[in-house]
Ligand binder design. Sequence first.
Ligand code: NAD
Length: 434
Amino acid sequence: MTSPTNVPQNLIRPDKDMFLGEENPFESMMSRFDFAAQKLSLDPGLYKVLRSPEKQIIVSVPFLRDSGEVEVYTGYRVLYNTSRGPAKGGIRFDLNVTLDEVKALAAWMTWKCAVVNIPFGGAKGGVVCDPSQLSNAELERITRRYTATIIEVLGPDSDVPAPDVNTNERVMAWIMDTYSMHKRHTVTAVVTGKPVSMGGSLGRREATGRGCMIVTREALKRLRLPIQGTRVAVQGFGNVGSVAAQLMEQQGMKIVAVSDKSGAVYNPDGLKLRDVMQHSRQHRLLSEYRDAEHITNAELLTIDCDVLVPAALENVITSQNAARIKARIICEGANGPTTAGADRILEENGVFVIPDILANAGGVTVSYFEWVQNRAGYFWDEPTVNQRLERIMVESFAEVAGMSGRFGLNMRIGAYMQAIERVAAVHRLRGMYA
Ligand code: NAD
């Protein structure tokens, strides 16, 4: 760290500590935040403000089991920062939900919305539960009680949830209905990720994968690499990975490997993607796919390819395997797939990483479009959604590349700097109400 800073040194983790907490993606994220804040010479007061969540809510969620028994679960909602607009962020139903995790994910959403310059702050929520052990009716009762209990923070102007781990458009429909019943009129803009038939946006399902394709194409152009024939490996063949693979193929790239939780399929000459998609649409695992070589998920990360798209889990590229990665570009479809320890190795090896808060921001961008359409009561056709997404992703990529170029830092730190600068600028203009 060479540049002077106003940030209190006791609040900054030095560079070497970026290797610490490698297993904790949220620690990794905050260490990058600290580094970017320091490079921006962020005012110490603003630094403290931006490192603190605005509002943290812990609620009890009592509900009736189908058996008639009463259970009480714990729910959280954290509004991290709302200086730029209503809080935006998913709700997850999972046994591993903790307040610390929700806080960190809410911070992540704040930077993600700011990187793509949409007028939202960041939030996250969750209920500690195991949805696989709950009936549909029990899930509905939990969702409705949780919504009613945190209703004072929810609203199109204050906090707009979306699906996350183990929640989906069905759950969003229940939240929208519960909120609307309390308000005595239908309020579609209170959640995004709704079914299209009740106000969801066309193009939302494909938006994250589409965003990945757009920023990868921009990175190839920037590095003066050809798009035609570029060899791509994709880890995770779900919503993000399968759409990204399909759209990249449509651009002329060659998909050489894809994987799901059962393993990876590989063909150095290019997979028959349409076949693989069809296989996977039949809910069959890729380990059962016959027309390609089988490799492990770990091997997929280090195979010979030009672009690697981790689109499954966090923490898969670590200081243990980063040196063996052969891809020239990594497009982070998943949240937190690369540890801070791995970042340094990748940078030394000249790998161009498109960071998660930029690469997978297509989803929240079209969520913003959904909210805009709900508020206007006027719906866009799919080409319009896609064109507007394209413009935002292309501009955001150029802005992050510009920031990283100006400071001679990698794209990840450039993205954090861009985000922090935007949030900080609004705080400066609004002033301190103290
Ligand atoms: P998904 O559930 O649709 O798909 C996940 C895929 O990963 C599946 O193919 C699954 O088999 C695979 N997988 C699971 N465990 C694996 C393992 N150990 N090794 C390899 N593959 C494994 O999820 P998704 O919506 O595509 O999300 C993927 C990632 O992208 C997550 O990190 C998510 O937080 C992030 N993300 C998603 C969106 C979105 O709009 N869906 C937006 C931003 C970020």
